[in-house]
Write a protein that binds this ligand. Structure first.
Ligand SMILES: [Cu+2]
Length: 316
């Protein structure tokens, strides 16, 4: 993935490095540091300092943790991963590892020259069937809760219509009467000039107000794409002939990047998604700058000088 470089956003809000206290708050999970440090220690590939070197809204060079959250849904996704999935999978891996070590040490040819000849053990077979079912049911409780939370959209403040095509996105704001504009990849030279991440920055971002529910209706023109913004916990397929819907409510201003997340063709990696979350006054100003100009009034038209007589009339 692209390196996480700090960048200068056109809007005043910066999406730079977080202070340590804010990082913990953003993750919403006190054990995140423990797991991240443990993973770093086990792999030995990444120092604990770089684990924390997260840049909000975009991937981080050498990062191994999930992208920090900019919405409640994303916080809950991170919490589900860190508090439920990670302990469960760690427990399973350790259990299997211990069983393997026991088998290797205790039942090798030297330590156990005369192996037992029995087979089938009903209690053990029941246990290894029931235990995974119980584990899956435990995971399902939290998984379904999260799915319902994602599905239950509060009353939206506005709707953005997103159309994916090979290889760019169209954004339209029917509530604000802003017709569709195309958002495409920013060139490498422009990205360098503006100090924004190449292949994540776009020439025309999706703009949304902070702390407002934004309904996102997604479809596609040609093949299946996927609209995904990790910091909001949003990912939904853009399918030709079908209108999908998701929503987000950003809890902080800044620039948040995503990418098309369905393999859609040769330039799949060149259709980034850039969302600028701004304050309400900044959003209103942006809407005013994009909204269609009012038609010329009759009074204004009357002040314009009359057109000269047409050529046939002058000839008479
Ligand atoms: Cu695509």
């Amino acid at each position: 993935m692209c390196a996480g470089r700090a960048h200068a956003a056109p809007f005043a809000e910066s999406a730079g490095w977080l202070e340590p206290a804010e990082r913990v708050m953003t993750s919403g999970f006190s054990l995140k540091g423990f797991w991240a440090s443990a993973l770093a220690a086990v792999t030995g590939l990444v120092g604990a300092s770089s684990v924390w070197a997260d840049t909000v809204g975009q991937p981080t060079d050498r990062g191994i943790a999930l992208q920090p959250a900019a919405s409640q849904i994303r916080l809950d996704v991170i919490s589900f991963h860190n508090n439920i999935l990670l302990p469960v999978i760690t427990g399973i891996v350790l259990l299997v590892l211990v069983l393997l070590i026991v088998v290797v040490v205790k039942f090798n040819k030297r330590s156990n020259p005369t192996p037992a000849r029995w087979s089938h053990n009903t209690p053990v077979e029941v246990a290894w069937t029931v235990l995974p079912v119980l584990i899956l049911m435990f995971v399902a409780i939290f998984s379904f809760r999260l799915l319902y939370e994602e599905h239950d959209m509060p009353k939206p403040y506005m709707t953005v219509k997103v159309v994916g095509r090979q290889w760019n996105w169209d954004y339209a704001y029917p509530d604000q009467k802003i017709s569709a504009y195309t958002s495409t990849l920013m060139t490498e030279a422009d990205a360098k000039t503006n100090n924004v991440p190449y292949q994540l920055a776009s020439n025309a971002p999706l703009v949304a107000p902070v702390n407002q529910v934004v309904r996102v209706q997604v479809t596609a023109e040609d093949v299946i794409h996927s609209f995904s913004v990790p910091a909001f916990g949003v990912k939904i397929d853009a399918i030709p002939g079908r209108l999908n819907q998701t929503w987000f409510k950003a809890n902080r201003t800044g620039t948040f990047y995503g990418q098309c997340s369905q393999l859609c063709g040769i330039n799949h990696s060149y259709m980034p998604i850039e969302v600028k979350v701004v304050t309400q006054p900044e959003f209103d100003a942006w809407v005013a700058s994009k909204a269609p100009k009012p038609p010329v009034s009759v009074a204004t038209a009357a002040t314009t000088p009359p057109a000269p007589a047409s050529a046939p009339a002058a000839a008479q």
